[in-house]
Design a protein around this ligand. Sequence first.
Ligand code: UDP
Ligand code: MG
Length: 314
Amino acid sequence: MKTIDIVVPCYNESQVLNILYNALEEIVQTVPDYKFTYIFVDDGSVDNTLSIIKTLAKDDDKVKYISFSRNFGKESAMYAGLLQSSGDMVLIMDSDMQNPPSMIPKMISYIEEGYDCCGGYRADRKGDGKLRTFFTNNFYKLTNKISEVNMPNGAGDFRLMTRKMVNAVLALSEVQRFSKGIFSWVGFNTKWISFENVDRAAGVSKWNFFKLFSYAIDGITAFSTFPLKIASILGFFISCFSFIYLIYIVLKTLILGVDVAGYASIITINLFIGGIIILSCGILGEYIGKIYLEVKKRPIYITAETNIEDKKEK
Ligand code: UDP
Ligand code: MG
């Protein structure tokens, strides 16, 4: 019998966990040829998420959990779930019912057909604000253009993967993780199936605009060094322009003599170049910060409690 692990990151999800559990129980009965395990990753919730998971685990052997010592973020939660998984296939899904459990049988059938991964993507962005939709669309356009990975717009982390692919994902051991990029970077055959976006079953989204914006910057810098090139290219053109301008000033002074006018142009050029230098430093800083965090090699998460016996350590 093939085994499937369902990894669910949970951060303050006490309102939805039972709804999700019941929905999963209903669905797994429709695919009796597989043995399921649910791995709930409690990402340092401050509500009673953990106690709900523990209650589920008491009555059901299928339910495994890892509880973090604090909130490490969804990326860390997904990594922990994948690391502790041992199934032939692993599914990652949100806890808020925004990733429909009803799609699971279809995803399994595609893997059986020979795909290494079957991912769900949102057919539309209903329920998201206009501003968020605008930025999200452009984020995908930009990253796909300037990086070596190709992330379909609307693709989230909701996907079923084979063991082979999960191992590849885990082999990328960076601490600063950007899973959407990692999934795409490791390659393999992926089948995309669309689903309609629905509002979360209860509770609130854990993302705000600032968090998403900084997530987008992380995504770009994790998979592309193009921003560094922008700094060099800009520097090159400004130097060329400055050199030509310098020749012009020298000639003008030689021919027409010294004049004190030109205050405005000097200030403008100074400010412009100042701006470019600060921008370039900022871009460098983003990457240096990443290097700093990587070289420290801190653990991606810290476990406070778990019921997984043969726990794998990173
Ligand atoms: N999540 C998490 N840690 C966090 C933030 C979110 O584990 O720090 C989980 C959350 O419990 C949910 C999933 O990640 O299962 C997606 O979060 P959310 O629904 O808030 O995001 P959205 O659907 O609005 O993008
Ligand atoms: Mg959600």
